[in-house]
Write a protein that binds this ligand. Structure first.
Ligand code: SF4
Length: 415
């Protein structure tokens, strides 16, 4: 919530890190809000049918509970459910993603007491938007348009902004981040993801700023990028891949550009060459044409590729996508497979956590609850330590002494 000229602007955000970044900027910019009005900006998501249903529900609730406030609906469901929101009484404005206003933070009101992500331990920066791939199940190219890279000088200016405000960790995000620079007609010189990462690492060298990336397309990891993952200590050793299926036939129908074998090979290279690296991935279950045997390939990929942090997405048809024209599997089958994979995912995570008892970890403190500090390790694993560290602080030499549910319990050698 921010207070500018005695109005309040609040944001409610669903979906991806992308939306969170844009909400932070919208909250502080004046592009969307006008003087003297309490405004609620709801940044919606429609990556799945369930996400769109929740977006509609949250907008209706905001209207009901905030009589008199100006309700602005934006985000991906503002496109996929435009008619619904434009006809919903109580909604003042429906704003498409491309009209969310200028994301240039230096244009933010100077002398503002608030800054981006001030309540968060790490900062997020969007470096690429949109996507050109049109995977057969995905609505994103429709809701976010073609791939567009943020110019390097714009990125570096924002990195300075975050470093100046004391952030020790920055997450660089993109809808299809590995296609950074591919639309280089808009950029001064040819770029790709590893080039801009090296520029950011160079810019933050003195501050030892730690970098993380949003979800990565396994098909687009070239040797230069892989070398950064393996040998650059300030690239945090957690890699989240948009894998989607463990079966090659399903991957083909999904119009993905990698094979099961590519994922296994990539993950084995990372695990062999980068200490304490943890690998995660997105997997869709119940995609049209997926047989029991094909689903088993996804289940087995968890072990074969050594995946530990898995996001399970039950397939849901999105209007306007190629897959929406295919015959859906029965909802019961989709639910069963999702439950089975979630069970496997939980086991994979807990097994990994248990192997870390007795080891030493480093990490970033995200919040503190009295004397207990909670954070994420360099490999993005949750931990708690009985020591009053500061939110945003980087801590080292934490000894893992136990696992409590799905969290590491550590003690600090600093006391
Ligand atoms: S690469 Fe990702 S964002 Fe692009 S179409 Fe495929 S799933 Fe969607």
């Amino acid at each position: 919530m921010s207070k500018i000229n005695s109005k309040t602007t609040r944001t409610i955000t669903l979906g991806c890190r992308f939306n969170f970044y844009e909400s932070e900027v919208m909250k502080l910019s004046e592009d969307l809000v006008s003087d003297g009005e309490d405004t609620i900006i709801i940044n919606t998501c429609s990556v799945t049918r369930e996400a769109e249903r929740q977006s509609k529900q949250i907008v209706r609730k905001a209207i009901r509970e905030n009589i008199g406030a100006k309700i602005i609906v934006t985000g991906c469901a503002a496109k996929t459910a435009r008619d619904y929101f434009e006809n919903l009484s109580g909604v003042a404005k429906v704003v498409q993603n491309e009209d969310k206003g200028d994301m240039d933070i230096s244009k933010l009101q100077t002398g503002q007491s608030h800054y981006l992500f001030e309540s968060r331990a790490r900062a997020f920066l969007q470096i690429q938007n949109g996507c050109d791939h049109f995977c057969s199940y995905c609505i994103v190219p429709i809701t976010r348009g073609r791939s567009k890279s943020v110019p390097p000088d714009f990125i570096l200016k924002h990195i300075d902004y975050f470093v100046d405000r004391g952030f020790n960790e920055i997450v660089l995000s993109g809808i299809d981040i590995t296609s950074y620079g591919k639309d280089s007609s808009d950029l001064s010189e040819p770029y790709d993801l590893h080039v801009i990462l090296e520029k950011v690492l160079e810019r933050t060298h003195l501050y030892k700023t730690r970098l993380r990336l949003s979800s990565i397309d396994p098909a687009a990891v070239n040797q230069n990028l892989l070398n950064l993952f393996l040998f650059e200590p300030r690239m945090m050793p957690y890699f989240h891949f948009s894998i989607q299926s463990g079966n090659n036939e399903v991957l083909k129908v999904m119009r993905r550009r990698h094979s099961r074998e590519d994922v296994i090979e990539l993950c084995s290279q990372i695990r062999k060459n980068r200490n304490q690296s943890v690998i995660g991935g997105d997997l869709i279950v119940g995609f049209p044409t997926e047989t029991d045997a094909m689903f088993d390939d996804s289940l087995n990929l968890v072990d074969d590729a050594g995946l530990s942090l898995i996001h399970v997405f039950p397939y849901s048809a999105r209007n306007g996508t190629l897959a929406a024209q295919m015959i859906n599997l029965p909802a019961t089958i989709i639910r069963e497979r999702a439950a089975k994979l979630k069970e496997k995912a939980n086991f994979a995570k807990t097994s990994l956590l248990r192997t870390l008892i007795g080891t030493t970890i480093s990490g970033l403190i995200e919040k503190r609850d009295h004397t207990v500090s909670i954070g994420k390790s360099d490999s993005y694993l949750p931990f708690r330590v009985n020591h009053p560290f500061r939110s945003g602080e980087v801590v080292h030499d934490l000894k893992v002494i136990d696992v409590n549910q799905d969290e590491l319990v550590a003690e600090s050698n600093n006391v």
